[in-house]
Design a protein around this ligand. Structure first.
Ligand SMILES: NC(=O)c1ccc[n+]([C@@H]2O[C@H](COP(=O)([O-])OP(=O)(O)OC[C@H]3O[C@@H](n4cnc5c(N)ncnc54)[C@H](OP(=O)(O)O)[C@@H]3O)[C@@H](O)[C@H]2O)c1
Length: 391
């Protein structure tokens, strides 16, 4: 018997619920909880297996711990927002259950992505004999697993990693974000950063771009941005000299974003409006399409992967590991677009490996510290097949 509690009923939460439901031999019972119970119920009605639902404020540790005590899961999968990571980790410690998430903690008042707050839980999870797995979506998540796999099986030394993320899909809206608008816009408007020869190099937002040839999608302009997995990969991939992260954006997306920034709509500090404090970005989020609603008419594909350069048997080697995912196929299977799908499937797989003890240990882990082999097999089995090619 292994019961899972999923927290967060957005685009990703819906996929995690669907995918866990497809594996009843591992996830024998599923409870989906979120701030708005109606959203959990809507997902539960689509899942072809009974799952229970609950309302919870995941900012409130006592409320969370009481829910965990009542549901009695072995594992909590956190797919709410990064703001809730620490309170959910606290509640897992309080209630004595394992933890997994897909995005690192961010303080609400500063757009800053760092693992330091979650890594600080190492000793407490170790002492409690519990496992916390961080960043188990696609990027971070599968990209970290690709690096661990490349280190173990493809290279003697990895010198550089370029993580490349392309969404070549079209949702038909003038402007929308593929995951939570607030988190997405905070991520892409911060200063860029990459790691080279032992130090972080900062750049102005979107100031470096390159044409990248994406398999099955074609050439697209990628922009160098900072992404959280770089911080843990720098620690865990031996001999690394450089790591960068590239994401594609359409000219249309960038034009909208520039206008929104110029008029102050992406600000995260409160402004007074008719006697009330309003955070412009939070207000903008209410106006933009909900990521979980984008799936129905989404066409096209995503292609996300890692390009490695390094040495094997004394010779230079450049290879790419990647997955291509089709928005319409995802919608047909789980009523979600490919960005939610590529995040939710790895979260389910991480949970699967924890509940079957293929991944075990006490403490806080980034996924590249765990065995990549069973994860790579399950990606092929559960909807995210990967390929390796020469570059
Ligand atoms: N690693 C990756 O590859 C990757 C990629 C994409 C996204 N992500 C991460 O995945 C997570 C979910 O993204 P998404 O696109 O599904 O976002 P979303 O559609 O906005 O869903 C977030 C869900 O969390 C719920 N929530 C927010 N605050 C809460 C609280 N205090 N208590 C309980 N529930 C709360 C929301 O409730 P309401 O319905 O009431 O608003 C909503 O259902 C985010 O952390 C995002 O950063 C990771």
């Amino acid at each position: 018997m292994s019961k899972v509690l999923i927290i967060g009923a957005g685009g990703v939460g819906g996929v995690v619920a669907h995918k866990c439901a497809q594996v009843p031999e591992v996830f024998t019972e599923i409870c989906l909880a979120s701030r708005t119970k109606a959203r959990c119920d809507r997902i539960a009605a689509q899942v072809p297996r009974p799952i229970t639902t609950a309302q919870v404020d995941a900012d409130n540790v006592d409320e969370l711990a009481a829910l965990i005590d009542c549901v009695e899961p072995e594992l909590v999968i956190n797919v709410a927002l990064p703001y809730q990571d620490l309170s959910i980790m606290e509640a897992c410690l309080k209630a004595g259950v394992h933890y997994l998430d897909t995005a690192n903690y961010e303080p609400p008042d500063v757009a800053k992505f760092e693992y330091k707050w979650q890594w600080a839980y190492q000793e407490r999870f170790q002492k409690a004999g519990l496992m916390a797995v961080l960043g188990c979506g696609f990027d971070p998540g599968v990209t970290n697993i690709f690096c661990a796999y490349a280190q173990q099986n493809m290279y003697d030394e990895i010198h550089s990693v370029d993580i490349v993320d392309c969404n070549a899909g079209d949702h038909g809206h003038p402007f929308a974000t593929n995951f939570n608008p607030e988190i997405n816009i905070r991520e892409v408007t911060q200063r860029g950063k990459y790691w080279e020869e032992g130090e972080w190099k900062e750049i102005d937002p979107m100031s470096i771009s390159e044409m990248i040839d994406f398999p099955e999608v074609g050439p697209r302009k990628g922009y160098l941005i900072y992404h959280e997995e770089e911080e843990s990969l720098v620690r865990h991939i031996k001999g690394l000299k450089r790591i960068r992260f590239w994401m594609t954006f359409s000219d249309n997306y960038l034009t909208h974003l520039r206008v929104l920034q110029n008029v102050g709509m992406t600000r995260i500090d409160p402004v007074m409006y008719e006697g009330h404090e309003v955070v412009p970005l939070k207000f903008l989020k209410v106006l933009l399409p909900d990521p979980s609603s984008l799936g129905e008419n989404y066409k096209g594909k995503t292609c996300i992967g890692c390009v490695f350069e390094g040495i094997k048997d004394g010779k230079p080697k450049k290879r790419m590991l990647y997955n291509v995912c089709d928005h319409a196929e995802c919608y047909k299977e789980v009523k979600a677009q490919a960005v939610s799908y590529t995040t939710g499937v790895p979260a389910m797989i991480g949970g699967y490996l924890m509940l079957t003890n293929a991944w075990a240990g006490a403490g806080v882990f980034n996924v590249e510290q765990l065995d990549p082999m069973p994860f790579m097999d399950l990606l092929n089995k559960y909807g995210l097949p990967w390929k390796e090619i020469e570059r």
